[in-house]
Design a protein around this ligand. Structure first.
Ligand code: UD1
Length: 369
């Protein structure tokens, strides 16, 4: 029997793990000797940041919730490591699978490795080069102790090789987030705000902002928002607001004015419905740039770097940087219909999780043979 620990903690982890669970369940149903323990660290805990994703993506109730909750980077890292180490001392799996680049990814990989449990990193090898991002530190630390890398791009492969990782530990399999996107697409659901705000096909822009760089300074965030409103020429801007950003907006004494509509974070199926039918997306997320690339929706990223360069070189994404002055010229190009069309990166085909579990299955078969 192969036993796997699957780690999730924060919102972007859920869509990356869901198709892996589906594939394990499919194999279990065919009597394959494989099983998993789903561990939720509790880094995200609000219903609209966590619970709704479990329901919509068909993720089963976690076997364990470490309930770490909010805190500083060190508090969260320490809390997750303590909780997961204790769990491992009760039962060790054959392999710990971590996904993405959040604090839970790094904390659990360290705890596992120190308990002599091998680690596999899904989405390993990507790098932004920006050491001010907590995610970049999480990626570097995780990858420095990862045994098996499941990668989304040739760039990730080459980053890993440059760091001295042997080719037989790197598996270029594609993107599990896109497995979830393609699997869920027929079920995307119109959010209530569509009718409430009388939205039209391709008539509005979706905005998401949550990076500390963009949102933690209230004056900076306000300048970005005002620039987006001003340059959008009256188009409606739909802004589902992350809790971190909400705290800053709540501190404003004057409400934002213009065609911007603030909403609570949306569920997965509703958010992607909104994106699929939008004119464009403005974001500082990484995962959303992958989803817009696959759906062919123009995307402007308010960051100076990206760990997902293929969304720019091949996809519909453009890096505008964090200077608000870059927004108006890009918006003009969009509104005059001159945005690039883009193509879908190799292996982002909806079958990545099948490839991952096939590789793991063979790897452990060989070890026990
Ligand atoms: C985390 C990830 C980031 C990811 C993002 C997606 C890290 C370092 N960052 O950032 O890569 O893109 O998730 O959402 O892991 N909060 C709530 N309710 C919740 C969760 C958080 O109110 O359910 C509040 C917290 O109190 C905190 C803030 O939101 O003040 C930020 O949460 P945190 O988990 O620290 O990081 P994110 O900014 O969400």
């Amino acid at each position: 029997m192969i036993t796997l620990d699957l780690i999730v903690g924060a919102r972007p982890n859920f869509m990356k793990i869901a198709p892996i669970i589906r594939e394990i369940e499919r194999r279990k149903a065919q009597s394959e000797a494989i099983d998993y323990r789903l561990v939720h660290t509790g880094q995200h805990y609000d219903r609209n940041m966590s619970g709704s994703f479990f329901e919509e993506l068909g993720i089963p109730e976690p076997h364990v919730n470490l309930n770490v909750g909010s805190g500083t980077q060190a508090e969260q890292t320490a809390g997750i490591m303590l909780g997961y180490e204790k769990l491992l001392s009760e039962r060790k799996p054959d392999l710990c699978i971590v996904v993405g680049d959040v604090t839970s990814t790094m904390a659990c990989s360290i705890a596992a490795k120190k308990m002599l449990v091998p680690v596999a990193h899904v989405e390993g090898g990507i790098r932004s080069g920006d050491m001010t991002m907590p995610e970049e530190i999480n990626r570097i630390v995780t990858d420095s102790i990862t045994d098996y890398f499941f990668t989304t791009s040739e760039t990730a492969n080459s980053n890993l090789r440059k760091n001295g990782v042997e080719s037989d530990r790197i598996f270029f399999v594609g993107n599990t987030m896109i497995d979830t996107l393609l699997h869920s697409r027929p079920r995307f659901r119109k959010p209530r705000l569509w009718d409430e705000l009388s939205l039209d096909e391709k008539g509005y822009i979706v905005l998401t902002l949550h990076r500390p760089n963009n949102v933690d300074d209230p004056a900076n965030l306000k300048q970005l928002l005002n620039e987006i409103i001003k340059s959008s020429d009256g188009r409606k801007i739909i802004f589902p607001v992350h809790p971190r950003t909400r705290k800053v907006i709540n501190s404003y004494t004057e409400p934002l004015s213009g065609s911007i509509h603030l909403a609570e974070p949306l569920s997965y199926l509703e958010f992607n419905y909104l994106v699929e039918h939008s004119l464009a997306v403005i974001t500082d997320s990484g995962g959303i740039t992958e989803e817009t690339t696959v759906m062919g929706v123009p995307c402007m990223t308010l960051r100076d770097s990206t760990e997902r360069p293929e969304t720019v070189t091949m996809g519909t994404n453009e890096l505008l940087g964090t200077n608000p002055d870059a927004i108006a010229p890009a918006m003009q190009r969009l509104l005059s219909g001159n945005w690039k069309k883009g193509a879908i990166p190799p292996l982002w085909d909806g079958h990545t999780s099948e490839r991952i579990i096939e590789i793991i299955s063979k790897m452990f078969d060989r070890k026990t043979a």
